[in-house]
Ligand binder design. Structure first.
Ligand SMILES: [Mn+2]
Length: 351
């Protein structure tokens, strides 16, 4: 297996590539969407959380990621001695009506296809995504981790409706008419997803880009009055059933799986890696399950990291493993020390 690091858009710098290399990472996952435009409520040295306005503004709807831009980033990453393995998450500005079944759906499905073809041309092997209307929302920040380290958790579900113009916890239209997104059923969400997968996977195959689905975090049946897609491990089976293409894979988030009320993380990991459905893995630890859980240091939660690495080694998993989120350590560089700690711990176990 390969050990890597995920970097947010504002962290795509030579210094951070060197930092990753110094931690023993060989591969990077990068974000091209900037989640850190919502002001000082969400410091840029932590994972994005945000209040009822979410993570702030989505990107430019008329500007898809260009081949030149991706090649330049890839070149700088390669110069630091690393490989670019995946891009994580589409920009709501480019595909909001695919999620919402809105008037621009066809046009935006073409956006997604263009993006996948661009990744293919840049030889970036994986596109991670999250097919979610509410996105990663409803969490709180507090001194929940060991030693009072600031961390993220959940203490109750968030049932506030999502205003028009917002999806996946970002605002894509500041002039949207008053009111809220209509409530839909789980079946309607699966039907939108099925349509998306069947449109996109042939392009993914032509472009040799694997599509990797993140589960819903936090994994409750509904968040902000909208249904969630994959909120129990077994629901990933339905994803494969819809379309068995080998380009249809998972961005398996072990922390999210641990937060789920049913199923068994180890069995799910064993089964999905044996079926070659795991494009890459988010690894982090957590105490508790929805609707009440807290993110912890990697060695301090409910998940047994030795057991996880053992499953991956037994199944000859050759994909990438990256730390997901970590608590913030009290020092000048809370994000970096958290990541260095997680990477060092994982490297030790793997060895
Ligand atoms: Mn994750």
């Amino acid at each position: 297996m390969k050990l890597g690091l995920g970097l947010y858009k504002h962290m795509l710098t030579k210094q951070n590539y060197q930092f990753a290399k110094q931690c023993g990472a060989t591969h990077l996952v990068i974000h091209m969407v900037d989640y850190f435009k919502q002001g000082k409520g969400n410091p840029s040295d932590n994972q994005p959380t945000g209040g009822d306005k979410g993570w702030g503004m989505a990107g430019d709807p008329d500007k898809l990621w260009s081949l030149d831009e991706l090649l330049q980033i890839k070149k700088e990453i390669n110069e630091a001695g690393l490989e670019l393995e995946a891009i994580e998450n589409f920009d709501p500005a480019h595909w909001h009506d695919v999620l919402l079944d809105g008037p621009k759906k066809q046009e935006q499905l073409e956006n997604v296809k263009t993006i996948i073809r661009t990744l293919g041309e840049a030889k970036i092997p994986i596109m991670g995504y999250n097919f979610s209307i509410a996105g990663v929302c409803g969490r709180i920040t507090g001194p929940f981790a060991r030693g009072g380290a600031m961390s993220v958790g959940m203490e109750s579900s968030d049932d506030t409706p999502i205003p028009n113009g917002m999806v996946w916890n970002m605002i894509y239209d500041t002039n949207a008419k008053e009111g809220f997104l209509p409530q839909i059923t789980h079946e309607e969400l699966w039907s939108r997803y099925e349509n998306f997968l069947n449109e996109i996977l042939p392009v993914a195959k032509e472009s040799n880009v694997i599509m990797a689905l993140h589960p819903d975090d936090p994994p409750l049946p509904f968040m902000r009055k909208q249904p969630r897609l994959v909120y129990q491990p077994e629901m990933y089976e339905r994803v494969i059933k819809i379309n068995p293409s080998k380009y249809n894979q998972f961005e398996l988030c072990l922390g999210t799986l641990a937060e789920m009320s049913e199923g068994n993380v180890y069995e799910a990991l064993d089964s999905f890696t044996k079926q070659n459905r795991v494009a890459y893995i988010h690894i982090r630890n957590v105490k508790g399950k929805v609707p009440r859980y807290y993110e912890t240091f990697i060695d301090d939660g409910d998940l047994d990291m030795h057991r996880i690495i053992e499953i991956l080694q037994n199944n000859n998993y050759t994909g990438l493993l990256i730390p997901d989120h970590t608590p913030q350590m009290n020092c000048a560089e809370p994000w970096h020390t958290g990541m260095a700690y997680a990477l060092g711990y994982l490297k030790g176990i793997i060895k």
